[in-house]
Design a protein around this ligand. Structure first.
Ligand SMILES: Cc1ncc(COP(=O)(O)O)c(CN[C@@H](CS)C(=O)O)c1O
Length: 398
């Protein structure tokens, strides 16, 4: 049996999305910016896709949604164009973010630090989140941008975006939120959340890889990251990947309409809880950050005495796909940076396993995964030189 439990890394394209995309490779293949009918025949479906995107995040008609290659591009665009617009050409020289952001934010900020920009990386608490008060205290006169994610890709923890947005509004500071792991899992309402910009990627909500977006609230000026043609009203040059844009719109529609969200919470949340409850019955296991206030599909679990990579290998031998944390950091065998951020010691930070489900998982798959997780833990602990179960040890915390 093949059981895919790594949906925060990427998801399967929904068949309905694929069907929507198909005509735009070999039949309706014109360049949308061409004046002839081969080009204009793409417009109807592209406009429908934009409508789905605006509807999915409750963007106002006068706001912009710019199609990018992915969330990484959108995140880099925000960080580097704020640097251009407000730091190089302005009086600001400070950015506030968190220490558990995706590398697309932290690496871009590290790059700016080498250019002399000051960056505050806010700590998270033992629940893996930070509060709006901490953001308020970090904002300075010369703060150009606050960028705090909507939901964490490893723990699923949801950040108080609305409260942070209110603080940024009060202080007159631009607020960006990386919503990549929120869309399709929890409600994302950009007007309610007082947010100026959000990033997203289609392949996190059953759309194609290689397409994403940046929502920009009306009135927010942001220099283009890509110059060239007049696509996206000159805000992002380059011929749009028509099929992928249409696929992303359809995926957003499927993922965010009322039924889908309710289904995600009831179905996926129930499956995630069943998996989590079973693993927590094993001694010396703990959910990193606790079980509250998370996206319904994600769990990051520490299994003491079991190296994350060894566990992944064992599960993979049985057709089960999971991860030790974000895919982009999985190559290096460093301790999980998010677990480090929680203050877990290095040994424990190597024991995290992330399971991230989707609406395409079912109970049979979860039962199969539980069976093999238990066997893998027993096998790996038996050969572990560092783990010895003692009755009190299962009360140990992080
Ligand atoms: C919060 C967040 N922000 C940005 C990205 C980047 O998405 P791209 O489509 O690759 O550009 C991701 C992708 N996180 C995957 C791959 S590293 C994970 O395994 O956690 C993300 O989770």
């Amino acid at each position: 049996m093949q059981v895919y439990l790594d949906n925060n890394a990427t998801t399967k394209v929904d068949e309905k999305v694929f069907e929507e995309m198909k005509p735009f490779f070999c039949e309706v293949y014109g360049n949308p910016n061409s004046l002839h009918s081969f080009g204009s025949s793409t417009h109807k479906k592209m406009l429908e896709a934009l409508d789905y995107l605006y509807e999915g995040i409750n963007a106002a008609d006068e706001d912009d949604i710019i199609i990018t290659a992915n969330a990484t591009e959108a995140n880099n665009w925000v960080i580097k164009s704020v640097w251009l617009d407000k730091i190089l050409d302005g009086e600001k020289n400070h950015i506030v973010t968190s220490e558990v952001e995706h590398p697309a934010i932290t690496a871009a900020c590290n790059f700016l630090e080498k250019k002399g920009v000051e960056v505050t990386y806010l700590n998270v608490n033992e629940e893996g989140i930070l509060d709006a008060e901490a953001v308020k205290k970090a904002i300075r006169e010369d703060t150009a941008l606050v960028s705090i994610m909507w939901a964490n890709n490893e723990t699923g923890k949801i950040f108080p975006v609305k409260e942070i947005g209110a603080v940024c509004r009060e202080k007159g500071v631009l607020f960006h939120s990386d919503a990549t792991q929120a869309i399709g899992k929890v409600e994302v309402d950009v007007q309610d959340a007082n947010v100026d910009m959000i990033s997203f990627s289609a392949h996190k909500f059953h759309g194609p890889k290689g397409v994403g977006g940046l929502y920009i609230k009306k009135g927010v000026e942001l220099s283009p990251y890509m110059h060239g043609g007049e696509q996206m009203d000159g805000r992002r040059a380059g011929t749009v990947d028509v099929a992928s844009m249409i696929g992303m719109g359809k995926a957003m529609h499927l993922a965010t309409n009322t039924m889908a969200i309710a289904y995600e919470k009831n179905h996926v949340g129930m499956l995630r809880d069943k998996l989590e409850n079973a693993i927590l019955k094993i001694p010396d296991t703990i959910v990193i950050g606790g079980r509250e206030n998370r996206t319904p599909n994600t769990t990051l679990i520490s299994i003491k005495g079991v190296e994350g990579e060894s566990m992944l290998w064992d599960l993979n031998q049985n057709g089960i796909a999971a991860s030790t944390g974000s895919a982009c950091a999985s190559e290096d065998l460093e301790a999980n940076p998010v677990m480090n951020a929680f203050g877990s010691d290095s040994e424990l930070a190597h024991t995290g396993i992330r399971f991230s489900l989707s609406r395409f998982n079912n109970e049979e798959q979860i039962d199969y995964a539980i069976e093999h997780i238990k066997k893998a833990v027993e096998r790996l602990r038996n050969i572990s030189s560092s783990y010895a179960y003692t009755p009190k040890s299962h009360e140990s915390g992080l």
